[in-house]
Ligand binder design. Structure first.
Ligand code: FEO
Ligand code: CA
Ligand code: CA
Ligand code: CA
Length: 632
């Protein structure tokens, strides 16, 4: 276990299969390219890899990518291009709160609550000055095979509490010394937020009976955040942390029939091997059936105020949130793109009701009220592109009515997944991170993989998810109509389809034209843009380096030019890790990147300390030896 990304099957209600007329044309890679040519290369993405490949078989080299690509690795090290270095900034168990004990596998819950959490994931760098900053980092889950010396589930109450303390968010102050960012152990903003930190529920579902428990009659006070996957940040300086596989912590000791509103979220009799429920009633749905409704939200944290109460944002819907790609639209509305990482789940968009007012305190309420939408993709015959629309998830509209199981506005937010099926959204191949291009306004989403695509009846092949059993994943991008992120429509295409042209020389398994033997990867997950428009792509894929995955090596980070489609490998990680989480210093001379779960499932990693040490998830800081811009 431990790798939560291997999700259990979900059972969304059956959907009408979309037209699959495009599939025939896309059956072979050659057909895929030809079909696009037949329609001409004048499209909304004239420079897409598919259309470029038609114009010429040799692409112009990208001017944006200024580093030498590196080869794959199966070593227990981090590799970066010539002229770069990668240093460990902080690892699981390092001091965050002043006075934390030195890391030791046998540290207790009290120690862990002062130390850096496990499995770091999404993160944001918040500058204070040229020499001072705060880094907010998610700690997604725990590798129990290392967290406890007994290598298993929580046995004692202290084990359960230690597990809870290893989750959440770590907020660490950084200082720049001799040109290098380091952790400031004396930072007054250093803070741990855990699975039992008190938080406030805000937005349309706050106070609703679905959110009340025996310990909280108000339905507004909740303890903790956990399975904090990726992240976002706001123009008013707060951090967004996204609750993903929250279901994995709940069990039901009484074996009651919980019904569809639980099943759709993967909530059932058993948890995913944590055993917290044996020590803490909150996690036993037989005792607290509403507790899981209080998780699965995006949480807003003020990293500059260590005494602030984090806010859970019910206006952004409840699902398995990956990241929160927030942007300020030209209209002044705040728009947040959100993925729900599960096979056959959906892509969402939130638009704030009110507008951003520079310098105003009212901005802090912008994520409490607005409209949530879900994406519907339609295809164009013979092409892997098409049109799309955003379907509104508002109570009383689109069939979201009491007759269909939505008695009020709060129920639409709490059971957002059920609402998406009601309105007829497109099932996707596990939407992970979303990223918005800093200038072109195009938006990218990673669809990491989906073994159920074209296999399960409720997940038929569709235009945006065209590959059966999608083993390698792909990235879809869209352009909002008029580059207006509040617009109801968009046009989309596939930016890259990962594949293995060595093992599968033709067909969709070979990948799109911008994939070759030198840049192969699988399961794109974390993505983000730098200010110059480079798209950084991180992987959470199979690292066997065998069979369908031969030639792909350990998980990695690549960098691409969205305009030419070129993709180059920039970094490789240690054994059995995932690369996830990225953020930059404002001068783009330091890049912070996460190495998550090195040595998971007792694979032979000793990263980062080497020797016979146990492996520890870590945040790295990457710099250029000449002090230059990363990637240039
Ligand atoms: Fe936490 Fe979907 O990755
Ligand atoms: Ca992820
Ligand atoms: Ca993983
Ligand atoms: Ca993943």
């Amino acid at each position: 276990m431990s790798n939560f990304d291997d999700h259990t099957d979900q059972r969304p209600l059956e959907q009408e299969p979309e037209s699959n007329q495009f599939v025939d044309a896309a059956l072979s890679r050659r057909g895929f390219l030809k079909a696009t040519g037949a329609a001409g290369t004048v499209g909304f993405f004239a420079a897409s890899p598919v259309s470029q490949a038609l114009a010429s078989t040799v692409k112009n080299p990208s001017n944006l990518l200024g580093f030498e690509a590196i080869s794959i690795s199966t070593q227990d090290t981090v590799n970066v291009p010539k002229g770069y270095r990668a240093d460990v900034l902080i690892s699981w168990g390092d001091e965050v709160v002043k006075g934390a004990p030195t890391f030791n596998q046998n540290n207790d819950a009290k120690a862990q609550a002062m130390q850096f959490g496990d499995n770091n994931d999404g993160m944001t760098f918040f500058p204070i000055s040229d020499e001072r900053a705060v880094l907010a980092v998610n700690n997604e889950y725990t590798n129990n095979e290392y967290l406890y010396s007994h290598q298993g589930k929580a046995i004692t109450a202290d084990d359960a509490l230690k597990g809870q303390a290893a989750h959440g968010v770590s907020v660490v102050e950084l200082v720049k010394q001799d040109g290098q960012w380091r952790v400031n152990p004396d930072g007054r903003l250093n803070r741990r937020i855990t699975a039992y930190t008190e938080m406030e529920l805000t937005g349309p579902a706050a106070g609703h009976s679905l959110l009340k428990t025996s310990k909280d009659a108000s339905g507004r006070k909740v303890l903790g955040t956990f399975n904090n996957c990726a992240n976002g940040e706001t123009p008013w300086g707060t951090y967004l942390t996204c609750e993903e596989n929250f279901n994995g912590y709940f069990a039901d000791s009484k074996g009651k029939e919980l019904g569809e509103t639980y099943a759709r979220y993967g909530l059932g009799a058993k948890d995913r091997g944590y055993d917290w429920y044996k020590h803490d009633d909150r996690f036993d749905m037989g005792i607290e059936p509403n507790e899981p409704h209080r998780h699965g939200w995006v949480v807003e944290i003020d990293p500059m105020n260590p005494n602030s109460t984090p806010k859970k944002l019910t206006a952004l819907g409840r699902f398995k949130h990956e990241n929160a790609a927030l942007m300020l639209d030209k209209s002044g509305h705040v728009v947040v793109y959100l993925g729900d990482d599960e096979r056959g789940e959906h892509l969402y968009k939130f638009v704030s009701k009110n507008k951003y007012q520079p310098g105003s305190d009212t901005n802090r309420d912008l994520l409490e009220e607005g409209t949530l939408y879900v994406a519907k993709f339609t295809g164009v015959e013979g092409e892997l592109k098409g049109k799309g629309e955003w379907l509104e998830l508002t109570w009383g509209k689109n069939g979201l009515t009491p007759e269909n199981g939505f008695p009020d506005a709060a129920s639409v937010m709490v059971f957002a997944r059920l609402a998406t099926t009601q309105v007829g959204a497109t099932t996707m191949d596990r939407p992970e991170w979303v990223a918005v291009h800093p200038e072109l306004h195009s938006v990218f989403v990673t669809l990491t993989n989906n073994k159920n695509r074209g296999v399960k009846e409720n997940q038929p092949i569709n235009a945006a998810n065209p590959r059966e059993k999608n083993l390698y994943g792909h990235i879809v991008r869209w352009q909002p109509t008029g580059s207006d992120h509040t617009a109801a429509t968009f046009e989309w295409d596939i930016f890259v389809m990962a594949g293995n042209p060595d093992v599968h020389p033709s067909g969709l398994m070979a990948g799109s034209d911008n994939i070759n033997a030198d840049n192969m990867f699988n399961s794109p997950d974390g993505i983000g843009f730098d200010r110059f428009g480079r798209l950084w792509i991180q992987t959470d894929g199979k690292y066997s380096n065998k069979g369908d995955f031969a030639g792909m090596g350990n998980n990695q980070m690549l960098c691409s030019d969205p305009e030419t489609g070129e993709i180059r490998r920039f970094m490789t990680g240690p054994i059995a890790c995932e690369i996830t989480g990225l953020t930059f210093s404002p001068d783009y001379k330091s890049m912070f990147v996460g190495v998550q779960h090195p040595g998971e499932d007792l694979a032979p990693s000793h990263f980062p300390q080497g020797g016979d040490s146990i492996p520890r998830s870590s945040v790295l800081v990457i710099t250029k030896e000449d002090g230059g811009l990363i990637g240039s």
